[in-house]
Design a protein around this ligand. Structure first.
Ligand code: NAD
Length: 251
């Protein structure tokens, strides 16, 4: 893909699932990758896979609910690789929900803090560096729950919010040469979904049966879109929530 080679990418939630695959995909295209995750084992493993395949990667332990961690993540890109060109703000959690009025404030706050405010903290740290460099491209991970009533109320609210941030940032920073888009995965075969499937096998089978593609998505299918959105081939794609769901939402 045009324009990725020799660039510098940060990926949050890079230690597992979708973020691991986008880290590997950026590296395959010749980018240097800062893998960020609160899970040190998974994050180190992703960086080691990239290095053992001949790529360049650095792991930095990062909790996206901590502004100092997020600042240190961006600083790692500057110290190790001299700048920042691409970001995939992807770290997230999913939790069982209740009907909207039955949440307690702590569980609501935790979801928003990771999935929505975590993306905002990343944008806040990344944008000034990209502005300084003359531009960049950022992809935030939303969900089909960001464009529909799928998912629990707190998860859906957080993922709708990610699309709002993506749209607003597009308007605010177009003049700085930064493009923002969001990916909205359907049901993707990652540890997050595997865990949910173990907790409730029948529910996952029911959901899978309703996907026109007839299967779960592969994290690679999200990663390919993320890196394409950062490439010059997507130069006129701005502020979009891109749904990648095997047709789940068309019915
Ligand atoms: P995953 O659980 O495999 O990976 C998520 C990663 O995020 C983990 O490595 C985890 O340690 C990390 N993480 C969690 N909290 C963090 C924090 N506070 N700071 C830093 N890292 C943190 O899940 P996944 O399926 O790869 O999910 C990645 C993203 O995709 C999430 O935002 C999720 O909401 C979204 N998503 C997933 C699906 C799906 O079906 N798998 C569908 C739609 C959206």
């Amino acid at each position: 893909m045009k324009g990725i080679q020799d660039g510098v990418a940060v990926v949050t939630g890079g230690g597992s699932g979708i973020g691991r695959q986008s880290s590997l995909r950026f590296a395959d295209e010749g980018a240097k990758v800062v893998v960020a995750d609160v899970d040190a084992d998974g994050g180190h493993e992703t960086a080691e896979i990239i290095e053992s395949d001949g790529g360049d990667a650095t792991f930095v332990e990062t909790d996206v609910t901590d502004s100092d961690d997020v600042a240190a993540m961006v600083q790692t890109a500057l110290d190790e690789y001299g700048g920042l060109d691409f970001a995939h703000n992807n770290a997230g959690i999913a939790r069982e929900g209740s009907r909207l009025a039955d949440y307690d404030e702590d569980e609501w706050d935790q979801m928003i803090d990771v999935n929505l405010k975590g993306v905002w903290r990343c944008l806040k740290a990344e944008i000034p560096e990209m502005t300084e460099r003359g531009g960049g491209a950022i992809v935030n991970t939303s969900s089909v729950a960001g464009v529909s009533a799928n998912g629990s109320a707190h998860y859906a609210a957080s993922k709708h919010g990610v699309i709002g941030l993506t749209r607003r940032a597009t308007v605010d920073y177009a003049d700085d040469g930064i493009r923002f888009n969001a990916v909205c995965p359907g049901v993707i075969d990652t540890p997050m979904v595997q865990q949910a499937g173990e907790d409730n096998t029948e529910e996952l089978e029911r959901i899978t049966a309703g996907i026109p593609a007839g299967r779960l998505g592969d994290p690679q299918e999200i990663a390919d879109t993320v890196v394409w959105l950062c490439s010059e081939e997507a130069s006129y794609v701005m502020g979009q929530p891109i749904v990648i769901d095997g047709g789940l939402l068309v019915q």
